[in-house]
Design a protein around this ligand. Sequence first.
Ligand SMILES: [Zn+2]
Ligand SMILES: [Zn+2]
Length: 391
Amino acid sequence: MTDYAALQQKVEEEKNKLVEIARAIHSRPELGGQEFFAAELITGYLEEKGFKVWRGLGGLKTAFMASYGDAGYHVGFCSEYDALPDIGHGCGHNLIAVAGVAAGVALAAAIKDQPGRVSIIGTPDEEDHGGKVDLVRAGVFDDIDAAMMFHPGCSNNFHVESLACRDFRFIFHGRSAHASSEPWEGQNALDAVIQTFNGINALRQHIKDDARVHGIISEGGLAPNVVPDRAAADFIIRSRDSGYLNEVVEKVIACARGAATITGTTLELVESGYPYDAMISNRVMADLFAESLKESGYAVDSPHQEGRGSIDMGNVSLVTPAIHPLVAITDQWVPGHTHEFTALCNTDEAYEVMLTVGQAMAITGLKAIKDPGLQAKIKKEFKRQTGNQAN
Ligand SMILES: [Zn+2]
Ligand SMILES: [Zn+2]
């Protein structure tokens, strides 16, 4: 049997079990860092399939690595499995999780008895904290030659570019007072939050098109008859370019400082979560994936165009050649992070795409493992795109 046939046969053989795992994860959504059910289900299955498993990587209880093969070119598939509060799997991470598992199991079958390594890296808490940043810092990706994952969506984009981003909480401290009888005694922290928003809204005209600043009031006082002595706002600031992102961050912080000055309050500035780097999709790998997806029989033709968010795979893409293709699971327009998208991620058509993508990622990995010339091309492209040296 050819390597290709072995790979395809494995996906076919494991199909029912893989869909069962994806359905189970969908039916028990877990928030970032709490994905114990998903991580156990996946690692248990991979151990049964002959993978060696390490749990709790990078200090994250629900992170893992499952590896097969001991020498040669090392292909890594990232599995995400966290869900969103209230919405459940409205980002389709149940599909991401199992596409990575399918790719790993299929590639392992194809490289049996020959050099080459394959690992599935379980990367928790993508939506909030950025688990991959911890894993990058712990050196988990240092040994990986090519990293891949996919994201389900309503359009096809194999060369995904994301925005770098940073998260901040601005907490204003003022002085409370009776809002009617002695308001002159108060220093109004809520006013500081409102003036921060006003400052940022004035700033919008003067920042570049790819920059985004969006926020909410997370604390706004406790009663209308008390001058709020504490109020807070959470903001996310994004841009394609990390350098420009930092410039916008300084301007946004200046708005908050100005708001503190005019209200007589003090500003406590907290950077929450990790900075996400912009995704740099390795062009050689992305083209190879597109070709492999076609060979796997993928046929969804979606006319839609989705915008850009921020992903922790961006941080991975700066340390090893990586792709994060967006693949349509429907030809309809269903925005992500909604209850409608959650429902879509539990349909037969979505599971069909998940298996096809798993097979395509495995074929992409197989092509790279078998062709040293291609490995060199991937490395060279990584150096050209990032300025960094690959492993
Ligand atoms: Zn999401
Ligand atoms: Zn997502």
